[in-house]
Design a binder for this molecule. Sequence first.
Ligand SMILES: [Zn+2]
Length: 219
Amino acid sequence: MSKITTLPLGFANALLVRDKGAILVDTGINANKKIYEELFRELDFNPRNINLIVVTHGHADHFANANELKEITGAPVLCHKEAVYALQTAGNSAIVPRNELGKSVFEIIKKNLPRSTKKVNPDIIVDSSFDLHPYGVAGKVVYTPGHTDCSLSIILESGDAIVGDMLVPSFFTGEPCVAYFANNEKALFASLQMVLQQASIFYGGHGGPFTKAEVLDLL
Ligand SMILES: [Zn+2]
């Protein structure tokens, strides 16, 4: 059965999924090779056991330092086809405020958007579902557009899901929220309904885990 460990790395989390094999989901942002190696040592975990690095979407706080992680783990980097440009240019996919909270947060972060320090070439590019069993993890990657047009989520047979920024703590209060940035609100809620039908615990790129009851309360 998969076990998820949240690695808090500054503003964003990396999530280590351990099963028969292991994968890493996102990279965190305030990190470097030494910090990653120390974290893995504290967990008594050999990073060479990571078989795949999944980038949930093309916002830099989710793929910063992917090059360092590729070096440490030897694992390929997977992203959605619409995220390739952001990764290859060390840029950001569109950040579109969805509501008043999103507008307020964007005013604060717009002058200092998270940046990846290095470009990264993804090794595996997907446009829909991707089976994780060959990587030793009982689960799949699914396409969950809405927050961005390149958003991926991971649904595990354990009932856990990793949903990138589809669910986030409020920037101001820490309370669970549906993404306050979205380039397609209708798609965002459709994606959320889809993962709700397939999982009961939801890990995010900045907070959580959130329970199904907490998420249903938001809808
Ligand atoms: Zn994002």
